[in-house]
Write a protein that binds this ligand. Sequence first.
Ligand SMILES: *[C@@H]1O[C@H](CO)[C@@H](O)[C@H](O)[C@H]1NC(C)=O
Ligand SMILES: *[C@@H]1O[C@H](CO)[C@@H](O)[C@H](O)[C@H]1NC(C)=O
Ligand SMILES: *[C@@H]1O[C@H](CO)[C@@H](O)[C@H](O)[C@H]1NC(C)=O
Ligand SMILES: *[C@@H]1O[C@H](CO)[C@@H](O)[C@H](O)[C@H]1NC(C)=O
Ligand SMILES: *[C@@H]1O[C@H](CO)[C@@H](O)[C@H](O)[C@H]1NC(C)=O
Ligand SMILES: *[C@@H]1O[C@H](CO)[C@@H](O)[C@H](O)[C@H]1NC(C)=O
Ligand SMILES: *[C@@H]1O[C@H](CO)[C@@H](O)[C@H](O)[C@H]1NC(C)=O
Length: 628
Amino acid sequence: MASIKLFILCFTLLCSVLNARPAPYVMRISCGARHDIRTPPTNTLWYKDFAYTGGIPTNGSQPSFISPRLSTVRYFPLSEGPNNCYNIQRVPHGHFAVRIFFGSVSEPSFDNEPLFDISVEGTLVYSLPSGWSNHDDEQAYAEVLTFLEDGTASLCFHSTGHGDPAILAIEIMQVDKRAYYFGPEYGQGTILRTHSRLSCGDPRPKFDVDYKVERWGGDRFWNSITTFGQNADRAISTSKNITKASNPPNYYPEALYQTAITSTDDQPILECIMDVEPNKNYSIWLHFAEIDPSVTKDGQRVFNILINGDTVFHDVDIVKMAGGINSALVLNATVPVSGRTLTITIETTKGSHAIINAIEVFEVIMSESQTLRDEVRALQKLKSALGLPLRFGWNGDPCVPQQHPWSGADCQFDRSTSKWFIDGLGLDNQGLRGFLPDDISKLRNLQSINLSGNSISGPVPASLGSITTLEKLDLSFNFFNGSIPETLGQLTSLRRLELNSNSLSGRVPATLGGRLLHGASFNFTDNAGLCGIPGLPSCGPHLSLGAKIGIGFGVCLAVVLLLTCATCWWKRRQNILRAQKIAAREAPYAKKRTHFSRDVQMTLHHSQEHARTAAENGPSLLAYQLPT
Ligand SMILES: *[C@@H]1O[C@H](CO)[C@@H](O)[C@H](O)[C@H]1NC(C)=O
Ligand SMILES: *[C@@H]1O[C@H](CO)[C@@H](O)[C@H](O)[C@H]1NC(C)=O
Ligand SMILES: *[C@@H]1O[C@H](CO)[C@@H](O)[C@H](O)[C@H]1NC(C)=O
Ligand SMILES: *[C@@H]1O[C@H](CO)[C@@H](O)[C@H](O)[C@H]1NC(C)=O
Ligand SMILES: *[C@@H]1O[C@H](CO)[C@@H](O)[C@H](O)[C@H]1NC(C)=O
Ligand SMILES: *[C@@H]1O[C@H](CO)[C@@H](O)[C@H](O)[C@H]1NC(C)=O
Ligand SMILES: *[C@@H]1O[C@H](CO)[C@@H](O)[C@H](O)[C@H]1NC(C)=O
């Protein structure tokens, strides 16, 4: 008995361990906040702002009752550039609900309805429509379901020239890997943007948190609706428990199915009409539970579901399909919509009333391909080395969203790898300072570089020679110094090279000179001193370091020898003069002469002896002394 009990205990323990799933990753940021904040009623934790790349924190106001009770916002004036991003690091790989609440700067001078674009991981997901701040519902935020695979969530706000983007809060909540699986196109190539979520028959809007649903649901907001405006529908509710509601992958709250809208006897049809953006695909999720006590078994209520007039589901029988009354049934369909309205019609074929518990509508967005990682990093290095002004907006991805590329970087799409790359840099006459980093060569597909007319100094990086695709290189009118690197000679595609008006010196690589014969256009004028190709001065003999040292040494030796000779000559002259003086004083002319020669001999003899000692003692070798 005891062993069976033990076995059962172990089994239960094992089961609970296997069922235990790590809690989903959740990151909530209160933009502009200097301290972590908790908000009622659920005591939700909002981290202080730490992941921004720009913008100004200030006091804000919630534009809508849906917005969390937070008092600060971060806004991005256009002077700080058109693209601003939150890059949230160390996000685990997975599937996420990302929600961005818009804010308003609480200062009277501000335009309180800024219109801007939002991108997630380089894909434009939402453009704020004008009038958004007058709606007191879903329009206070943008929400998408997306996969994040690189450890960073990059959320960007793009100015469109209508006011400064202002952000109240950001939420990143992990959801199930298969949450909202809608068919074969589901996956990393698609993003679902929440268009609307309606909880039918519920008088009060709610977040999932209030429903105390499992935390994997992503804390959805459910807007309430008690009528479709047909005067022939009514709200019903139940307090009975609903089965199969909080099942994976979507973990819907049970309370969602405890209310519904049904049609009345006058009207066997329910019709829900919404405004949508035209020419998009929409994923539609419909929720049912048979909570009407008048229906007790299958066959008593059967209906068709039409979307924009097309029958998408035939003969839906909730009790049959859900396996009983008070049991949840979820149906989904993805449809293209060409017009501006989406109409969902529920038309009974058996029984008299139509019923629906909840509706979710998502816009299906194809994700953009991003730019090659190495090239993005190289551009970021370039940005800091050149001290690029904020107005360039070099934040986020350089090429996407395609509506908001970085200025000064030309993008190309490579179909074979499905990646963007940079094929041109046009940063001429932009008042740039700083230097050109070696990392520029990581932009391996560049065809042209124009940095003309800036104040860039330092050397021309030798690594430029490895950008084999380079056809045009214009570094003219800057302060580049040093010599032209030999490696530029390797650029066989180079057709235009403008290095004029810099401080370059030294020999131009001979291979470049050779290229001139083949119709290339090069300009080397106005530099500190370039030489070595036709049209420039010749450089003179080419000397190695050894030769230079040799020459230096030789010159020193010559100077020393010259000095020695001069001193010899001077001393000797002094001696002669002295001897002449003595002779003139003591003897007649003939004798004087004999004395003189003996004197000189003595002097020479003496000095030879002295020289020998001096050589042993040190460097005063060349000192010459008079006989005493
Ligand atoms: C924000 O509001 C607080 C009081 O609520 C005030 O002390 C502070 O100065 C305000 N900050 C700005 C930037 O206006
Ligand atoms: C949504 O519908 C598709 C078929 O249209 C189905 O394969 C998929 O399982 C459904 N998703 C969920 C979560 O029920
Ligand atoms: C309904 O579910 C709750 C827990 O969610 C449980 O406490 C309660 O007993 C259930 N009621 C019925 C009638 O099953
Ligand atoms: C909608 O989906 C279809 C088929 O899945 C696709 O061919 C079409 O490009 C999509 N349209 C849009 C606007 O995404
Ligand atoms: C670089 O830009 C300047 C204008 O700022 C232009 O005159 C020059 O032709 C450009 N160079 C190349 C190689 O296109
Ligand atoms: C180039 O100029 C910088 C200062 O701008 C100086 O430090 C460096 O030594 C110069 N290099 C050469 C080779 O003249
Ligand atoms: C070369 O550059 C100088 C200015 O530095 C300019 O005056 C000259 O016209 C240019 N030569 C050619 C051939 O473009």
